[in-house]
Design a protein around this ligand. Structure first.
Ligand SMILES: NC(=O)c1ccc[n+]([C@@H]2O[C@H](COP(=O)([O-])OP(=O)(O)OC[C@H]3O[C@@H](n4cnc5c(N)ncnc54)[C@H](O)[C@@H]3O)[C@@H](O)[C@H]2O)c1
Length: 324
């Protein structure tokens, strides 16, 4: 049995509790939240012990695997603390807000040799496998992606210093998906618009973002994000000669000159697939089925943060990750 604990007992932690409930190889033993009632409520619901101090929890319990479900600004030294104790990690996206800090965490994880998965759950959709299969060996010309939604009312979300803004915190899923399907990004251009959010008190995040991308393959692309929309649209289009791949939610559409094929995804819960893969990796010591590791997620963060740097400096940003 893999002994599991959680840091952060908010929205995404609830999703993991559900995904792990009744797991044949995992036992949820403890949960820690700085807001004691949040930890207590979760502990009561899932038969765990509640803590409001991480060190106390790790000293008191035998933990094999720790889920970090705290907001982006609250990672502090959590990864390093787990790594020092040889505890395996599933870190929710985004893995941080500053490259320097996230790189230090990655180094601590590598040095400790622990398994470190990240919460890029969309990689676990069956239609994503189909999309990857379809694109294998095909030259790609352009990637067009968008994440156009309404505002998230979670208190920390509106503050750039706490969430990183929509691109870093939420649209990160599609930034990541373009990398997963189309390969690494070499350079980034960013445009940010800060208007139209005056009705959201204290908001200092961009309302609209447009990111230009140069991929290592030579493909070009762009990602648009908006958090002022009345509804939710998110998806990716990949264009090549005489074909187009469109992925939106669970629907994959493949368009060629004389035919269009639509695949409807069957994966019931990407969170369950992801958490099962993580528990198996911890149980067997084989990370082979993980689709997103900490090092991989670092590159997605780098793309998003480079968009800010580009918008601030007016320059194209070449990525360090692309130089290896
Ligand atoms: N993979 C996904 O699809 C997905 C979906 C939603 C959220 N997330 C990510 O999960 C993370 C958490 O988001 P959320 O929606 O659950 O936020 P939330 O605000 O609902 O919950 C966060 C919880 O963490 C607690 N917390 C804050 N700082 C802490 C600390 N230092 N130690 C212990 N507990 C602490 C808060 O009290 C709160 O209970 C974010 O990084 C978010 O981007 C991922």
């Amino acid at each position: 049995m893999v002994q599991v604990a959680f840091v952060g007992a908010g929205g995404i932690a609830q999703t993991h509790f559900k995904a792990l409930a009744g797991h044949p190889d995992a036992r949820m033993v403890a949960v820690c939240d700085v807001v004691a009632e949040n930890a207590e409520r979760a502990a009561l619901a899932c038969g765990m012990k509640a803590y409001s101090d991480v060190t106390q929890m790790l000293d008191a319990e035998r933990i094999d695997a720790l889920f970090l479900c705290v907001p982006p600004f609250a990672h502090e030294r959590l990864e390093e603390t787990a790594a020092e104790r040889g505890i395996h990690l599933l870190v929710e996206k985004p893995v941080g807000l500053r490259m320097e800090q996230a790189r230090q965490k990655a180094a601590a994880i590598r040095q400790a040799g622990i398994i470190a998965a990240t919460g890029y759950c969309l990689r676990y959709h069956d239609v994503v496998d189909k999309a990857k299969e379809y694109l294998a060996g095909k030259p790609i010309g352009m990637i067009r992606a968008h994440h156009l939604t309404g505002f998230v009312q979670t208190p920390w979300w509106r503050e750039k210093a706490k969430s990183g803004g929509q691109l870093v915190e939420q649209a990160t899923h599609i930034v990541d998906m373009t990398r997963y399907l189309c390969g690494e990004v070499n350079a980034v251009y960013g445009l940010m618009h800060y208007g139209l959010l005056d009705h959201q008190q204290g908001a200092d995040i961009p309302s609209l973002v447009s990111v230009g991308l140069e991929y290592a393959s030579g493909a070009i692309g762009h990602i648009d994000a908006a958090c002022i929309q009345p509804d939710w649209r998110s998806g990716i289009e990949v264009l090549g000669r005489d074909f187009r791949l469109t992925l939106s939610g669970k629907t994959l559409t493949l368009t060629e000159r004389n035919r269009t094929v639509i695949h409807e995804g069957q994966t019931a819960s990407v969170f369950k697939e992801q958490d099962d893969a993580f528990i198996e990796a911890v149980r067997t010591g084989d990370p082979g089925k993980l689709r997103s590791t900490y090092d991989d997620a670092l590159r997605t963060l780098e793309v998003s943060l480079a968009a800010y740097e580009s918008a601030e400096t007016g320059k194209k940003i070449e990525l360090a990750g692309s130089r290896g």
